[in-house]
Each structure stands twice: as C-alpha cells, then as structure tokens.
Design a protein around this ligand. Structure first.
Ligand SMILES: [Fe+2]
Length: 740
C-alpha cells in the first residue's frame, strides 16, 4: 500500500485523456492498462496483483514519484474587508459535540498575516482564550450538545488585552446559571488582522485545520470595537444591528461561500468539507427541513476528521485508444516491485449495444474506505471474522476520509463521500470480512466475466452517467443489467429506469438491497454523493433530528420506501433480510414449470438452484429481497423461485418490524426472511427479471459459469436481448381480457 492514487474522472470515453493523482515515496511509478474480464478468487487477496484481464497495448507511462499530502479538518475563512484590531468583539452561537477532549478545539481565531493570533477555544470542557499563543482558562465550563450564545470582546492596550467572554445557554434546562461571564487580562495586545477563522486556530502548510472544532457555529457578527458587559444581553436576545459585519449561514446552503450581509466584506469560504443545512440554535422542531424553515438552519457543522477531496496534483496522464471497447478497465501502477489495480470505467460512444451494465458506483462511494471492520458483527456472521491487512490500513489512515457508513470522531454521521481521494476498497481483489470473500466492486466483476463469455455485445456505464444522461443513454440498449448491490440511486436515475421499463426496456436486477436509500449527487461537484439516512431501515446511523433533507437537492432523504418509490414498486422485490452465514439456494415455484417460462429454464434440471457459490456458499445470501404486494410489488409479477430456510443470523429488517418481536429470523419467519426470484411483465413490452440477492452472481460464476444458476440467466438474457416475450406476455393480458 505504498502507492496511493485516484482519478480525476473514473469514467472516460475512448480517445479521452485519463488523469490520475498519485502519491508515493517510490522514485518512479509505471502505469499500464488492462481490460478486466474475470472475477476475483481467494488467491487474489494475497497482495500479489495478478492480472484481471487483457493488457491494452499503447498505454505504458512512467512518472516520477512524489508524496502528496492530504489536508483534513473543516473550517471557514472570513475575510473582513480591511485590517482591524487590536480591539474588537464578536457574537455567535456554538454547539460543541465533544468539549471534553484534551486538545484545544478552536471556535474562532483572529489572525494576522504574520500568523499572530487571538483565539477562543474549548479545552477539557472549558473556554480558553489565548493571545499570541499564551492560553488563559476562563473558568467557564461548556456542556456537550447544547447551544450557547457567546460574546467575545477584546480591549487591547499597548502591552495587554482585557478580555470579556459572556455566554448564555439558549436551549435546554441549565444545570448551573444560564448566563455567565468571565474576564481576563492577558499580556500583549491582540494582533491587527484582516480575517477570522472559524473552527481552526490556523491553517497548516498543507491546508489542514489546526486545533479544529467539532460542532456547530451559527451566524457570527463582528464589531470593530470592544463591547461592555451591559451590551451583552441584547446580543443574546439577537439584537445585533450595530455590528459592522454580519455573515449569513442560513441561505444558499449548497454553496461553499458565505455571504457577508452588510456588504462590507468579500464572501467567506468553507474549506475541507463542513456541513450546511444542519439545525441552528433557533430550530423549533415545528419544521424538519431547511427547505421549509431556512432561518432555523443557520449553522455550519465542522469536524476535525473531515476530508472530501484529497486535492492532489494530477501527475499522470495518458490517452485512451480511440477504438477502446466500453468496459471496466484497471490502471496497473507498479513501483518498488509491487503493483496494484485502480478501476477505470470506459463508457460507450453513441452507438449502443445489446446490453448495458450499470456499475453501481454510488454504492462503491457510499462504502468507500468504510471503517466497518472496526465494528463487531460476529453475531450475524457464520465464519470467523478476519480483518485483512487492507482494512487495517484504512483504519490507520484517517487522511483518506470516511464513508457514509462511518461516523465522525465526535459521533456525528458522515453524509458525504467523494471519489476524488484514494478509494482503497474499490479494487478488484479487495477482500470483505463480512462475507469472508468479496463484496461490491470485486463481486461485480463476475458480471463482466459472465457477459464476456456470452455472444451479446455489452457496454458499461456508472450510476453517475445514468443520473447525468437519463433516458437518452438507456434507450440505446435492449437490456439493462444492474450490479450486485445497486443500493444508492438518485431520484433522476430511478425515474430513468422506470421510464426505460415503461418504454419497453428489459431490466435484469441481479442484486439485493437495491434502490434503497435516497441518494443525491452534488450538481456542482459530481464526484460527491450525499446520503442522509432516515430513522428506520438497516442503517449505520440515524438522521439527526431535523436533518433528513439533502443539501444538494433539498429533497427528503431516508428510504425510497418512505418517498413512495420503494424497490418493490420498481423491480417487484425489495429489501427483506441480511445475514452473513450460509446462503441458500432457490426452490423453483410451480409457476416456473409453466410453458411460458420454458425458454428461461431450458437446460435447468434442478428443482433447487444456486446451492453453491462464491459469496457465502449459495445464490441467496448477504442482503436479500422479497416479493410483497403490501409493499407495492406489482400483481402481474410471477414468483419463479424462492429461497427460505435461512439461519437465525438472517433477521427481519427494522422497517418491517415496527414492534420488536422475538423469533423475527430466518427459521421462524420464512414469510418475511426470504429471497424471491420474480418475473415482471409491463404493459408496452417491458420486462423485469429480479433475483433479490447480493450473492446471486457468485453462484452464477461458480465452477466457471457451468451451473444451473448461470444457465437460467444465460437463457433469460438471451430472451431479453432477442425481445421474444410474446408467450410470457400472456401473463399480463389475461386479467384484462377476463375483466372485459
Ligand atoms: Fe446494502
């Protein structure tokens, strides 16, 4: 792991230039390109990067190795439009998530060009001021997770500074006096300064926040004079008309800019992440969205471990051959006798093909660099938990950022993920401790291996492209195939898929837990996805109160099910259970033996299919979906096969279990804990075939795709590509002719 790299764009057209940012201590790095045509095997996890496919001639570039640092910790920079100090004052609100930490956490710093500063910080639950690096505790304690109104006034004379800090708890029932103040006389005058920093004492040479604050700051104002104690109550009561500079945090929530309302200073800037559209000091709870009550969302949340974009220089570039086929490729980077593979998606030019494989890149991003392995899920695992060297590396390197399955160090949820940073677990051979084999990107490579051995032409695109291009893209294909875990879909992409089916398109949903969480892509920075989970569903964290709406789009987050667009309505099946013990096979339903499905099951001799596989040893496992009329599964669908009999590690999902009940598991609730294979015909000729299991493709790939699961899907795909659904279409026309 001594070479780290990421792409400027991980999806490119043939003939386009690929640019990569590489960081390494090695003198040189050699880059070559290969087309991936096989899935991973156990032996691929041994750290030796074997080839996953076919080398592409013409790409062989060597670049000089450089080490590139990554800035972490979010902060805001507020220029003042002039030089001020040494006497000045500020009023703002703050909410500290972890005030007890031993390291100082900066609320605000006034900083001179020479780096001399005046700082107000929290350390060991106490407010501390410092002039030119000399700290002084004020004896004012701060509780976690409470809002305080704070006035900081500094009256500087030639060789000393008189400081007044006046705070008032503005919510909750105070355990000591709600209003308190402290004075201090410090040696030395405050510096003259032309900007304020929020949440950082200073900016490190590489751009990191130093002594970063963890928590929220709401709507500061600046006075170019010191204040007296008598003026503080009015400020606590929000009478701030006399301020010279006023920053509005409660507007333009998607922007990284902060407007100075009085028009006397340039815009401020938020750096290294930081979160907007979070509840402010005046949130009433009567509305739960920043869209409905923007004035109650005038806070910015800062985190010391935030990192969204590594910001490295792109130091490798090469052109893709003009005649390169669409597919999944890997750039092989070799240095110091080792090599690693970095996935690159080559999207099609305009001509179309039989099949379009949509690589679920939003899922890859939501899970990118997840620190899940630090948790213990042994209770729902059927194998020994082994944390790989790769996982341990992620846990040891906070500079590569967090996933939407993580929390920040202060316990607050991580709601953004970006592809402009090394994505350590999006690699062909990356092992997964939960399944004891593979998951996500590595598993999806089995789809490529499958498509490679069939006669149909296929192209590959990313979730991001489906979102960006919509129906114009999908309309060029006879069949669309999803990946193993297409969990994170945007509103626009869902509409695109639905329109495709309504327009006669054919969809193979060959995964599980699909179309689950509302996801958005930043319109200004499309390398960033946002996930604001709700308060039910299998979730890594809860949405904080009042913070379910996406800042990118304003739309409510959470499960698509609660937006009236659950997966059952779209593909016939929706999330039912998860577990990581032995997967099951699917037992064919009587309907699968009906003549209209003869072509699907041609050559399939077993009544139970998929009892072996690379993921948990079978076709139905990991996360599974069921057909359920009550959740909107269309009535005209036919269940062709079902997997039940799961072990107790497979449990009902919380959204199906509003009242916790014992025995809500595989052995006791086969009605809910199951995977259903479904055929869904749609008026207009569209067809959907859904399997409802993440592990399914691992069974298809078993013994070189020579098995009944692969045979079935070979048949279904051939039928879908040919569009010969006349016989099966009877299923949909029967009810209407009866009615007529
Ligand atoms: Fe999932």
């Amino acid at each position: 792991m001594d070479v780290q790299a990421y792409f400027e764009e991980w999806s490119r057209l043939p003939g386009e230039t690929v640019r990569m940012a590489i960081s390494t201590g090695h003198e040189r790095v050699r880059a070559t390109l290969e087309r991936i045509i096989r899935g991973p095997t156990k032996e691929d996890s041994d750290g030796v990067s074997r080839s996953f496919g076919v080398p592409i001639p013409g790409v062989d570039v060597t670049v000089v190795g450089v080490e590139q640092p990554t800035a972490i910790g979010s902060y805001a920079e507020l220029p003042l439009g002039g030089v001020f100090g040494p006497s000045f004052a500020l009023h703002f609100w703050f909410y500290s998530s972890v005030p007890s930490w031993g390291d100082p956490q900066t609320l605000v710093a006034a900083i001179s060009d020479e780096g001399e500063s005046f700082v107000l910080a929290i350390r060991k639950s106490e407010l501390v001021v410092s002039v030119r690096g000399q700290p002084r505790e004020l004896g004012l304690t701060v509780q976690p997770l409470l809002w305080y109104s704070a006035v900081l006034s500094v009256e500087s004379h030639r060789d000393k500074s008189e400081v007044l800090v006046h705070i008032k708890q503005v919510k909750g029932l105070p355990g000591s006096a709600a209003v308190r103040h402290a004075r201090a006389v410090l040696d030395g005058a405050a510096p003259r300064f032309d900007k304020l920093l929020l949440a950082t004492r200073a900016i490190s040479p590489i751009g990191s926040a130093l002594d970063c604050f963890n928590g929220k700051i709401d709507s500061p104002v600046f006075f170019d004079r010191a204040l007296v104690e008598e003026e503080c109550p009015a400020l606590h009561a929000e009478a701030r008309e006399n301020a010279r500079l006023v920053w509005s945090f409660a507007e333009d929530f998607r922007s990284r800019d902060i407007r100075e309302v009085a028009g006397r200073a340039p815009n401020g800037t938020i750096r290294n992440g930081a979160e907007r559209a979070v509840t402010g000091r005046n949130w009433t709870g009567l509305e739960d969205s920043f869209v409905a009550a923007p004035e109650q969302y005038g806070a910015i949340y800062f985190h010391s471990d935030e990192m969204l974009d590594s910001g490295w220089k792109y130091n490798l570039s090469f052109g893709l051959p003009k005649d390169l086929k669409s597919g999944v490729y890997a750039v092989r980077l070799e240095a110091g006798g080792r090599a690693d593979l970095y996935p690159l998606f080559v999207r099609p030019t305009d001509e179309g093909a039989d099949v379009l494989f949509i690589a679920p890149t939003n899922t890859y991003l939501a899970y990118a660099n997840d620190h899940f392995a630090a948790s213990d899920m042994s209770a729902i695992m059927g194998h020994e938990r082994v944390v790989s060297e790769d996982e341990a590396f992620i846990n040891a390197h906070p500079e590569f950022g967090l996933s939407c399955y993580d929390r920040h160090q202060d316990g607050s949820p991580v709601r953004y993920s970006s592809r402009r940073r090394p994505l350590l677990n999006v690699r062909p051979h990356y092992p997964n401790w939960l399944t004891g084999s593979f998951r996500h990107f590595a598993v999806d490579l089995f789809f490529l291996a499958w498509l490679e051995r069939l006669p149909h032409s296929y192209h590959v695109v990313t979730d991001e492209e489906v979102h960006a291009r919509g129906s114009e893209l999908l309309s060029k294909y006879n069949v669309v195939v999803t990946g193993s875990h297409p969990e994170y879909w945007t509103n626009k992409a869902l509409t695109t898929l639905e329109d495709y089916a309504l327009g006669g398109g054919r969809i193979l949903y060959l995964g599980g837990n699909g179309f689950y969480w509302v996801t958005s892509i930043d319109p200004d920075r499309p390398w960033i996805v946002e996930v604001r989970r709700g308060n039910t569903g299998v979730r890594a964290w809860d949405a904080p109160a009042g913070e379910r709406n996406h800042v990118h789009t304003g739309e409510p987050g959470g499960l698509w099910r609660y937006r009236g667009r659950g997966p059952n309505m779209l593909v016939g099946v929706g999330f039912a259970t998860e577990g990581f013990s032995k997967a099951k096979g699917y037992k064919r339903a009587a309907a699968s033996y009906e003549p209209q499905f003869k072509a699907f099951f041609d050559g399939v001799s077993e009544d139970v299919i998929g009892e072996e596989g690379y993921i948990l040893g079978g076709a139905a496992g990991d996360e599974c979906d069921r057909y359920d009329l009550a959740l909107g599964s269309p009535a005209q669908a036919t269940i062709l096969a079902s997997a039940t009999g799961f072990g107790p590690e497979y449990l009902m999902v919380p959204e199906d279990l509003p009242t916790p009940m014992p025995n809500s598991d595989g052995p006791n609730r086969p009605d809910k804990v199951r995977a259903d294979m479904v055929y869904l015909p749609i008026a207009g000729g569209g067809e959907i075939f859904s399997v409802g299991s993440i592990g399914f493709v691992g069974a298809m790939a078993w013994s070189g795709f020579k098995n009944s699961t692969a045979r079935l899907l070979d048949n279904v795909l051939a039928e879908f590509v040919a569009g010969t659904n006349a016989a099966r279409a009877k299923v949909e026309t029967q009810p209407s002719s009866e009615a007529g």
